[in-house]
Design a protein around this ligand. Structure first.
Ligand code: FPP
Length: 233
């Protein structure tokens, strides 16, 4: 199954404790590690995490720099463990606005983990769902024979096929999609939790997966019947 997560609430988690937002993001990065480990033990095949949205560029320059440094450090420090545990890491989104050091790190991590087959971990960095669809549409206009989902994969540098999101989780109490995986989430089950991202841990992921199991998915049809999967053209 494909799980997408909007990791919100690092700043509020930190403010509540009298810490800096940067400290909140650092704790958020630790939560990422725990949740990825937990996901490899569960029935999750693809985990897409919203690490930095295209709209996040509008945050104060210091915070943007800190987030970019954190992403780079995290990719460097986790690559070996991901490779050892069959986690294939890739970064989806735009590449043209990321700095060269980060791009190099992304390339190294993607190459070192490309054979992983237990979990596909996709980090969305400089990602916008609407922009992804727009770029996919231009690619499709130039190559009308190509399936739209392949154009979308190409637009966001996603390895392999685009797969529909089954469960979309947002932490931090807001109830919106914030431009994340718009096309892929057409029939996603949405789960909103008030838990701030740094507090989202293995039991929280298990609870979310259990809640997903209780949902009845009909894909616009009638109970017991499903449509073919989205994303096939
Ligand atoms: C939202 O918290 C979170 C982000 C903008 C980015 C998510 C980044 C991380 C979890 C850290 C690094 C990630 C990885 C993959 C290592 P917020 O700042 O919007 O919180 P607030 O809404 O309480 O202000």
């Amino acid at each position: 199954m494909h799980v997408g997560i909007i990791m919100d609430g690092n700043g509020r988690w930190a403010t509540q404790r009298g810490l800096t937002r940067a400290q909140g993001h650092r704790r958020g990065a630790q939560a990422v590690r725990d949740v990825v480990r937990a996901a490899t033990r569960e029935a999750v095949d693809i985990l897409t995490l919203y690490a930095f949205s295209s709209d996040n560029w509008s945050r104060p320059a210091d915070e943007v720099r800190h987030l970019m440094r954190l992403l780079k450090r995290h990719l460097i420090s986790e690559t070996a463990e991901c490779a050892d545990n069959g986690v294939q890491v890739s970064v989806i989104g735009r590449r043209d606005r990321l700095d060269r050091g980060l791009l190099q790190t992304i390339a190294n991590t993607e190459a070192a983990t490309e054979r992983g087959s237990s979990l596909q971990l996709r980090l969305a960095i400089d990602y916008s769902g609407r922009e992804a669809i727009e770029r996919a549409a231009s690619i499709h206009a130039a190559h009308p024979d190509k399936a739209f989902s392949s154009c979308l994969a190409e637009a966001i540098h996603s390895p392999g096929e685009i797969t529909p999101v089954d469960l979309l989780i947002r932490t931090g109490g807001e109830r919106r999609l914030s431009d994340f995986l718009l096309w892929e989430s057409a029939y996603a089950e949405l789960l909103f939790t008030d838990t701030y991202w740094p507090d989202f841990d293995e039991p929280a992921l298990l609870a979310a997966l259990a809640e997903f199991q209780r949902r009845e998915r009909r894909f616009g049809g009638v109970p017991g019947l499903t449509l073919p999967e989205a994303g096939t053209g």
